[in-house]
Write a protein that binds this ligand. Structure first.
Ligand code: TMP
Ligand code: ASP
Length: 238
């Protein structure tokens, strides 16, 4: 079967291609790592392969929990077929421990526990630098309806509860992470990826940073740490 592969969209870490089916796309995971709205960029060998594998394991497991994801089929080590969803231009961030921009914005100490977790919404808009939005802003900009926001909140908390426990079982602390959702027919579906590019994960016993902060902060061993996360997840699958 010959795939028609017209590029529909290219992001910082992924490409999206059309397929013969109008309601499906191919998502290709690139090796490019970026930070600070693309100001820092580097190719890290096999990062795309590792993130594709990690995200697929997590999406499969979330599906088993009743969370609808865009994942249709794994094509190869860098590509999946996904439902073509109408992406809601919001980054839904869940935080269990103070880190990153929350520490900077509030002065709270990095590493402090956040009981029950908190949610934040950011506007997916590179030109604006992905600003933090509240629910009134989301309504004002007509990015999502009130009831859609309620669904996003429920799903984000549900995913958080599941992922906290999953990562805990492989010796990792889920500090925070980012989700993206889209509309498909009349449903809200989890899209994008969940990987060390989009999560903060610390080793439970050593507190070693295992995620993209290694790249942001020039800590080295980025893909080695990503691979370690994949290996621990694979042991669970075995
Ligand atoms: P932050 O502390 O920089 O706001 O990041 C919160 C979480 O969201 C962290 O796990 C990294 C993730 N994230 C992304 O996936 N994409 C982004 O563009 C940003 C800024 C954060
Ligand atoms: N992904 C974003 C970027 O490239 C930011 C980040 O993850 O730090 O710039």
């Amino acid at each position: 079967m010959t795939e028609v592969k017209r590029l529909l969209y290219e992001g910082k870490a992924k490409q999206v291609f059309e397929t013969q089916h109008t309601d499906e796309v191919i998502i290709h995971f690139k090796d490019t790592a970026t930070a600070f709205n693309g100001k820092k960029s580097e190719d890290l060998m096999d990062k795309g392969i590792i993130n594709n594998a990690i995200s697929n394991i997590l999406f499969h497991r979330l599906e088993k929990q009743g969370i609808k994801t865009h994942l249709v089929k794994i094509l190869n080590d860098r590509e999946v077929i996904a439902q073509k969803i109408d992406i809601i231009p919001l980054e839904v961030v869940v935080r269990n421990i103070v880190a990153g921009s929350l520490a900077k914005r509030t002065g709270l100490k990095e590493g402090e526990n956040i009981d029950g977790g908190i949610l934040e919404f950011y506007y997916k808009d590179d030109d604006l630098g992905d600003p933090l939005l509240n629910k009134d802003h989301i309504e004002l900009l007509t990015l999502a309806t009130k009831s859609e926001v309620a669904v996003l909140e429920g799903l984000a908390h549900q995913i958080n509860q599941y992922l906290i426990d999953l990562f805990k079982s492989i010796g990792l602390i889920l500090v925070d992470f980012k989700l993206e959702f889209g509309r498909y027919k009349d449903q809200i579906i989890l899209g994008d990826e969940i990987s060390p590019d989009t999560c903060r994960l610390w080793d439970s016993s050593t507190k070693r940073i295992m995620d993209k902060d290694r790249f942001r902060k020039d800590l080295g061993d980025v893909t080695t740490s990503y691979r370690e996360i994949l290996d621990r997840l694979k042991q669970l699958e075995a």
